[in-house]
Design a protein around this ligand. Structure first.
Ligand SMILES: Cc1ncc(COP(=O)(O)O)c(C=O)c1O
Length: 395
């Protein structure tokens, strides 16, 4: 079978092999502490489930408008005003099958063959692949020396006549870093000056621990016109499986996204739209409680992992990840196996009973990602195992 060049150029998730191995070890009865989760470990709130059940019973089981039901788009507009100080009309909002699909449809709407999109590494691993699928070119800017954030100095260097957009992800997956208003204002100026669009992925907005989340679109009217705000219900309300995300942007962009979406997924799941409506309208207490639990786990993680010899990490201000630089241990061996990067580090650590995600697919082979969407007991046990693992590495 000859497959398309496109499919050959997109990478399968490198994280799958680690997750599959972790599952296999567990099935064999081995004890594995998994720091791999990319989703909250709480159930969807009951009142949200009930609204989905009511939607089914009321017969809301057919197609909706491609852009989503009006009530949900109204609720999203209210949310954007309340949380982000952003004023959008219902025709400036589109609901999609998860934020992942929202981003994909933005890229399809804005990119021509060969158009460049700048993103800071480490990045959420889906961005470069989606840019490639949309026939664009990901331009990766290393941010490790700049506090894991894009700066105007680096953006200037990456800029070419083909640059079309910048992707900002605050709070970030995998580092948890967040941009301040001042940092965003500089990037906004740069985007306006150079006629660029900004895709602002704010999916972890509700999970910030002290720093205030700011949407770059709220900096000025000028940047708002050029920004596509991406958000959703997956992480805020423990609704990853319901697949509801959304984008807010200038009417003309939303219209083009809707055209793409109308031929790809049509509307997002009707029942999930009703569930998302009640989550966005009434989920603030749930989101607050979840944040408090993550905040306590984060403190535990910080307290433990800062004591590890030679391990460094950026300050995780949001989301539920820590990104540990473990490169000091590269070159060592574990049970005769050489560790020469994040893949072999994660592989050996898994043999020692801890599953983590290697940094390589996030564009940083020096690091590993740990999710703290796990219990405090597992955090403690996992930490003890990692410390023990490091002490067993031989030079
Ligand atoms: C940075 C980032 N953006 C978007 C998404 C996708 O979220 P959704 O479940 O809404 O597709 C994720 C999920 O892991 C993410 O980490």
């Amino acid at each position: 079978m000859k497959f398309s060049k496109l499919s050959e150029s997109v990478f399968e998730s490198l994280t799958l092999s680690i997750s599959a191995k972790a599952k296999q070890l567990k099935a064999e009865g081995k004890s594995v502490i998994a720091f791999t989760a990319g989703e909250p470990d709480f159930d969807t709130p009951d009142f949200v489930k009930q609204s989905a059940i009511r939607a089914i019973e009321a017969g809301y089981t057919k197609y909706t408008p491609t852009v989503g039901i009006l009530e949900l788009r109204e609720a999203i507009c209210k949310k954007l005003k309340r949380d982000n100080g952003l004023t959008y009309g219902v025709d400036e909002v589109i609901v999609s099958t998860g934020a992942k699909t929202s981003i994909y449809h933005v890229l399809l709407a804005i990119l021509d063959q060969g158009d460049e999109v700048i993103l800071g590494a480490p990045y959420w691993l889906t961005y470069p692949e989606q840019i490639t699928i949309a026939r664009g070119v990901p331009v990766i800017v290393d941010t490790t020396a700049d506090g894991y954030k894009l700066t105007v100095e680096r953006l200037e260097k990456a800029l070419t006549p083909k640059t079309k957009a910048i992707i900002i992800n605050s709070p970030s997956n995998p580092t948890g870093t967040m941009y301040s208003v001042e940092e965003l204002a500089k990037i906004a100026d740069f985007a306006v000056k150079n006629d660029l669009l900004v895709v602002s992925d704010e999916i972890y907005e509700k999970l910030s621990y002290g720093k205030k989340h700011v949407s770059i679109a709220s900096i000025s009217e000028e940047i708002k016109k050029r920004t596509i705000v991406i958000n959703g219900v997956s992480k805020a309300y423990s609704m990853t499986g319901w697949r509801i995300g959304y984008a807010a942007a200038d009417k003309s962009i939303v219209k083009k996204m809707a055209t793409m979406q109308s031929h790809i997924t049509s509307n997002a799941c009707t029942i999930s739209q009703y569930a998302a409506l009640s989550a966005i309208d009434g989920g603030e207490q749930f989101a607050k409680d979840a944040r408090a639990i993550f905040a306590a786990r984060r403190l535990l993680m910080l307290e433990f992992f800062k004591t590890l010899d030679g391990v460094t990490f950026p300050q995780p201000d949001g989301a539920f990840y820590m990104f540990l630089n473990v490169s000091k241990y590269y070159g060592a061996t574990y049970k005769g196996k050489k560790i020469d990067g994040s893949m072999s580090f994660a592989d050996c650590l898994l043999d020692h009973g801890v599953a983590v995600i290697p940094g390589l697919p996030f564009g940083d082979d020096n690091s590993i990602r740990l999710s703290y969407a796990v219990s405090e007991r597992d955090i403690l046990e996992g930490f003890i195992r990692i410390k023990d693992f490091l002490s067993q590495l031989e030079r």
